[in-house]
Every structure is written in C-alpha cells, then in structure tokens.
Design a binder for this molecule. Structure first.
Ligand code: DG2
Length: 246
C-alpha cells in the first residue's frame, strides 16, 4: 500500500511581502498569495492529487490557502481539522520585526541561528508585546510558547501527526496539510529523517504542493517528496533562503 500526503505552505502573506518575522501573528494573505493558493489547487487537480481530508493550523493564511486551493481543485467539501500544533514556529521577540533589519543589527550568524538552527530558539517575547498571543481566545487551555526553535515544533507536531494524521493515511485517504514554512519543515525532517544540518538547508516555497508517497513504514518512496511544479518550487525556495539579504 502507498500512502499519499501533500504538504502545502500558505501563499504569500502580508508579512512575507513586507519581510517581517511572522510566527503566530495572524496576518492575511496578499492578493499574490491568494493567486498562488489558486495555482496550488489547480496543480492538485491537473496532477490528479485530490485530497480527501485537510489539516490546517489556526492561522488565517493557512486556512484561507487551504480553502482557495481546495476550491480550485473542486474539493472544498472535504472534512477539515485545525490545530495549533500545525501553527508556524513561534518567532518570540522577533515577531513583527523586519528580517533585513534584524540581520543588520545582529549579524549573519545570529540571524541564521535564529532562523534555521534546530535547537536555538530566538529571544522570548514579552507577554505584553503587541504581537504576543497569551490572551488570544483561540489558544485558551493550550500552552502559548514565548519562542520556539524547530526542535520545539517537532515536539508538538509529532504527537499530532501520529494520533490525528497517520490514521487517516492508514485508512487510504489522500491527506493535505496546509501550514507554514517551519511547521512543514518539522514534518519534512520527521518524514525524511533528516539531520539538523540537512534540515537547516531546507526552505519551503509558498503554495506549491509537495507530494510525499509513503510506504508501509511511512518512509518516503522518493526522498524529499516531489513538488507538483518543481521549477517554480526551486525558485520559490531560493527566494525564501535569500530573505533578509537585501
Ligand atoms: C515565516 C517563516 O513563516 O519565516 O514566521 O516569518 O511560513 O508562516 O510565512 P510563514 C515567518 P522564515 O523562518 O523562513 O524566516
């Protein structure tokens, strides 16, 4: 049996466009982001990769991307499950800050450590910061982080993946996960069993479906999966990698 899992990062968000660290801040998609999401859905349809169930975060850029893409693929009717566990990595005190300015202020090494190291979180957010989430009703009863590194994201995504997502795959459903650059990197790290150095080099482009076909042990048949538009994905990933450089 082969299981099908599709990972989809949301389309360009308002803060992707303005080059700001976003994390758990609930910013909308831009017009370009909506168009990217539509194209992502068209790719699903063209390649006949039709999701039976969708999982999203609690953030509107992922929720709206899922809706736009599924609408374009004629699958808006499928069941949906949302969880904070698929939220973007909490970017701590960097939330709302401009990526280029942070790189200039703290230097390349610190900037890359905060963006791509596995185990070093960015500085914690002040609970009174305008971009803190501790009073947000959608997280009532759930722990709201003050900052997360990718290892923290793996720790919160893994149990959810195993308890909520794996059973749907085992039941033969094509599963779509519409989420974020770093929550999807956590899933890629798990699926491909990547080292900390390997995952540091992985960048997820916006709104291009990444298909994983998995064997019985949930090992990818093709390591790193397959983007449904590989050329656009390579260009998109390079643009993400270059963020903060200018
Ligand atoms: C971005 C990822 O998350 O940023 O939080 O700024 O996928 O929700 O747009 P997303 C953010 P980088 O880690 O790539 O800087």
């Amino acid at each position: 049996m082969t299981y099908k899992l599709v990972l989809l990062r949301h389309g360009q968000s308002a803060w992707n466009k303005t080059n700001q660290f976003t994390g758990w801040v609930d910013v909308p998609l831009t017009e370009q982001g909506e168009a990217e999401a539509k194209r992502g859905g068209e790719l699903l349809k063209e390649k006949n990769v039709l999701p039976d169930i969708v999982f999203t975060s609690l953030l509107r850029r992922a929720i709206n991307t899922a809706n736009i893409a599924l609408d374009a693929a004629d699958r808006l009717w499928i069941p949906v499950e949302r969880s904070w566990r698929l939220n973007e990595r909490h970017y701590g005190a960097l939330q709302g800050k401009n990526k280029t300015e942070i790189r200039q202020e703290y230097g390349d090494e610190k900037f890359m450590l905060w963006r791509r190291s596995y185990a070093t979180p960015p500085p914690e957010i002040d609970p009174d910061d305008q971009y803190a989430q501790n009073h947000d009703p959608r997280y009532a009863g759930d722990p709201v982080p003050e900052a997360e590194c990718l290892a923290n994201v793996v720790d919160r995504v893994k149990p959810y993946f195993e308890s909520a997502i794996e059973p749907e795959l085992r039941a033969g459903k094509t599963v779509l996960i519409a989420a974020h650059g770093n929550s999807l990197r956590a899933i890629v790290k798990m699926l491909d069993n990547l080292s900390e150095d390997e995952i540091a080099k992985v960048n997820i482009p916006t709104a291009i479906p990444l298909l994983y076909e998995l064997d019985d042990d949930f090992k990818p048949i093709k390591p790193r999966g397959e983007y449904l538009d590989p050329e656009a994905a390579a260009a998109g990933a390079a643009a993400v990698a270059a963020q903060g450089q200018k």
